[in-house]
Design a protein around this ligand. Structure first.
Ligand code: NAD
Length: 503
């Protein structure tokens, strides 16, 4: 069966009308073979405005539904996702090229965040705060915020939506989602899955509670500029964040920015090298280096460099590359030709700085329009130039270090601040890495790699990664507005700070 036929069969099973897959202006390609698998219609700017207006009406109804009841909708969404897991996981593999277990893993992450959000729907609580005035009570209340705009990147085409949408929905918000123009099919599938959950939930779920809008950045810009969207959660490159952040700030809207990473690991003298090797291999080569948390820089202590590097070179030389649909390969394709060209440019720049490259060439899958690359291991004399930037491809730059304080400085000396890890069995080094003078990233790990976060923690990073947090912990607070309420149940009117104003 052709990939195109399989795609349309999957979408049909998931509830997407096959008519939406042809005749549109947006060509959808699978990176697995490079072939076109659908042409779907994108939305105009005027229509986008109308969608947001309708989502605002939905918000006005949804905010009155009690939060635990809102949680029931997300529970049903989790059930629908469980039923759809195989199909949706396969569709992720088709549309993004993720290997099978990673496609399924992405859907599992959606199920996990739904479970988390269901519990959260009974825990949206504020504080009661001691007041200085007798006969008074002070508290904070969390209220729904409004229409939440979600802009997502191609590399996590469905999980990022669920991290935001599951929280937004229990928080009493409506959702308008602009997926990457490279991955509209998985988004249409999610919309159909959501609609099934909403139908089972019943009349309390207003129409237009969650809408997908298909289009490129121009459509995203409407969402960013619209006065009825109080929060935009935007996931993508730092370039995108530099455009979106100031526009949101201009109209005082909230931003959850989840941008690029240039994640590093440190391998210390006491490291368990077997463990480090596996973690490095998955972190750097998994998802063909197309995770925001992909390991891109590795600092290895000079006492273990010669023990680790030959093993790492061997792993790079033997890792399987190939079709995620037809083989059990661990590394699938890059998203497109531009990604492959960027990788080659970065490798050339690294060579000019004295880097020694293992791998990095094109893997011939037999399809001229598919771009597979052998992951590249680049031994660098020092951290400089291209090493300081994120290239969204499987390139790992390796550097030697000898002094712990100096390597911590090097570790933090890049623009991005997303994820980081240290491999050590020395408690002092581990704790220092996690301390205020250690890693400056939003995620700092010990003896595990930089990628593969669980949903229970808040996810995001500092500096050029944008500062946003989504998913677990108290990330939900961004999706609500806080009111401080003071109630006077006395018969007097004392003013705070002892101020008197007697009329
Ligand atoms: P991208 O920046 O090209 O696009 C991301 C999304 O932003 C797309 O939906 C795109 O249409 C939209 N967009 C682009 N410019 C816009 C603008 N001016 N206004 C409104 N919308 C706009 O990113 P990509 O290539 O799809 O994804 C890869 C990047 O995303 C990498 O840099 C990666 O590190 C990052 N990423 C970060 C996280 C995170 O959580 N920090 C997660 C996944 C990916």
């Amino acid at each position: 069966m052709s990939i195109k036929t399989e795609t349309s069969d999957i979408l049909k099973r998931l509830g997407v009308d096959p008519k939406t897959l042809s005749g549109g202006d947006l060509a959808v390609r699978t990176p697995v073979t490079g072939e076109q698998i659908a042409e779907i219609a994108s939305i105009s700017a005027a229509e986008t405005g109308a969608v947001i207006d309708r989502a605002h009406e939905a918000f006005k109804a949804w905010r009155d539904v009690p939060a635990p009841r809102r949680g029931e909708l997300v529970r049903l969404l989790g059930e629908e996702l469980r039923a759809a897991k195989d199909d949706l996981g396969r569709l992720v593999s088709i549309e993004v090229g993720k290997v099978r277990s990673e496609g399924l893993g992405e859907v599992q992450e959606m199920i996990d965040i739904c479970d988390f959000a269901v519990g959260l729907s009974r825990q949206l609580y504020g504080l009661t705060i001691a007041t200085e005035r007798p006969g008074h009570r002070m508290m904070e209340t969390w209220h729904p915020l409004g229409v939440i705009g979600i802009i997502s990147a191609f590399n996590f085409p469905v999980a990022v939506w669920s991290w935001n949408a599951a929280l937004a929905l229990v928080c009493g918000d409506s959702v308008v989602w602009k997926p990457s123009e490279k991955t509209p099919l998985t988004a249409l599938a999610c919309a159909a899955i959501f609609e099934r959950a909403a139908k089972r939930f019943g009349a309390d779920a207003p129409a237009n509670l969650m809408t997908v809008i298909i289009g490129d950045r121009a459509v995203g810009e409407v969402l960013v500029d619209h006065p009825k969207v109080p929060l935009v959660s935007a996931t993508g490159s730092t370039r995108m964040g530099r455009e979106v952040g100031p526009r949101l700030a201009k109209r005082f809207a909230r931003a959850v920015l989840e941008l690029g990473g240039n994640n590093a690991g440190i391998v210390c003298p006491s490291a368990d090298l077997d463990m480090a090797l596996r973690a490095i291999a998955f972190g750097a080569m998994g998802t063909a280096g197309q995770r925001c948390t992909t390991l891109r820089r590795l600092f290895v202590h000079d006492s273990v460099y010669d023990a680790l590097l030959p093993r790492l070179r061997k792993a790079y030389g033997s890792v399987s590359v190939g079709s995620p649909l037809a083989t059990d390969a661990l590394v699938g394709p890059l998203i497109d030709k531009a990604a492959f060209d960027n990788m080659q440019k970065a490798l050339q720049a690294a060579k000019e700085l004295g880097g020694t490259v293992t791998g990095g060439g094109r893997f011939d899958s037999g399809d001229a329009d598919a771009y597979y690359a052998h992951p590249a291991l680049v031994e660098m004399p020092k951290q400089d130039g291209v090493v300081l930037e994120e290239t969204f491809a499987p390139i790992l730059y390796v550097m030697k270090y000898s002094d712990f304080d100096a390597v911590l400085e090097e570790h933090n000396a890049v623009g991005a601040g997303l994820s980081s890890s240290i491999f050590t069995t020395d408690m002092r080094e581990a704790e220092e890495f996690l301390s205020a003078r250690g890693s400056d990233c939003g995620i700092a790990n010990v003896n595990i790699g930089t990628s593969g976060a669980e949903i229970g923690g808040a996810f995001g990073g500092e500096k050029e990664t944008g500062g946003g947090r989504e998913s677990g912990s108290d990330a939900w607070k961004a999706y609500m507005r806080r009111a401080t309420n003071t109630v006077n149940y006395s018969k007097a009117l004392p003013l705070a700070q002892g101020v008197s104003f007697d009329i």
